[in-house]
Design a protein around this ligand. Structure first.
Ligand SMILES: Nc1ncnc2c1ncn2[C@@H]1O[C@H](COP(=O)(O)OP(=O)(O)OP(=O)(O)O)[C@@H](O)[C@H]1O
Length: 251
């Protein structure tokens, strides 16, 4: 039996009389890379907020590797293994790329303790592995403050990985990126396939085609469809409700 990394069951939230997320049930297997697609206001960010504990649900459950974390405080859900990357990065300028990754490893209590006490061989290897996975090995000694927008996003993704979360939530990872950076991001995310479980909110269909194996489409707070890129692109309900008369590639 496949172990589920993340599961939501009938997850819902109402703001007043408005149901922003309405009975959403999704199942994400370990090592899966799931894309969450939907028009503006479909409920994607709110769903992420419910999963990560930023917003309290009014019905339903969230399970992280089978453990019920519904409506727990955000830091507790993070501690239980949920990593979330926002669009605004929070790296330590003034530290090198490598030092930022060292700081991110959850070993010693206290943010900078890993720098003070030094890392063991396993941790140093882990940092090197992450540097390669996020394509920053050549910039390991560079000051994080000197990185481009795209490089900063990759470093932050690496810092999330350093915490070995069970599930990583990424909200529009290519926002504000150049075409070259977007292509590189697709490469990096593809390299994480099987190693990490990811739930990625993304609008850029060209990018989605590069990374997605399975897509969940949200519409008006509900799951409208789920399937491969080809299945979603051919889905009449998705075309009618989400895309209107547009081709999916234009959204
Ligand atoms: N705290 C809130 N109070 C009231 N309404 C809210 C709140 N948060 C979100 N909403 C509403 O819920 C709906 C879903 O919003 P959400 O931000 O989740 O959509 P989205 O799919 O992420 O859209 P986008 O792609 O534009 O980010 C929207 O109509 C939004 O206005």
């Amino acid at each position: 039996m496949t172990t589920l990394a993340l599961e939501t069951e009938g997850l819902s939230v109402s703001f007043g009389r408005f149901r922003a997320v309405d009975g959403v049930s999704i199942q994400v297997a370990q090592g899966e890379l799931r894309v969450l697609l939907g028009a503006n206001g479909a409920g994607k960010t709110t769903l992420m907020d419910l999963i990560s504990g930023r917003t309290r649900s009014t019905a339903g459950r969230v399970l992280l590797e089978g453990r019920d974390v519904t409506n727990q405080r955000e830091y507790r859900i993070a501690r239980a293994g949920l990593g979330r990357k926002f669009q605004i990065p929070s790296v330590f300028g003034g530290l090198s790329v490598r030092q930022n990754l060292e700081v991110s490893l959850v070993r010693h209590p206290g943010v900078f303790a890993n720098l003070r006490f030094g890392l063991g061989t396993t941790d140093r290897q882990r940092v090197s592995e992450i540097l390669h996975l996020v394509g920053l090995a050549d910039l390991a000694t560079a000051d994080a403050a000197t990185l481009s927008h795209g490089q900063t996003q990759w470093l932050e993704l690496g810092m999330l990985m350093g915490q070995s979360p069970k599930v990583i939530l990424l909200d529009e990872p290519t926002a504000g990126m150049t075409q070259a950076e977007t292509a590189k991001t697709a490469e990096i995310i593809n390299g994480l396939r099987g190693r990490h479980t990811l739930l990625v909110v993304e609008h850029d269909m060209a990018f989605v085609r590069e990374i997605a194996e399975r897509i969940t489409v949200l519409h008006l707070g509900k799951v409208l469809a789920e399937g491969s890129v080809a299945e979603i692109e051919a889905n009449a309900a998705v075309k009618a409700a989400y895309l209107g008369t547009q081709e999916i590639s234009e959204c």
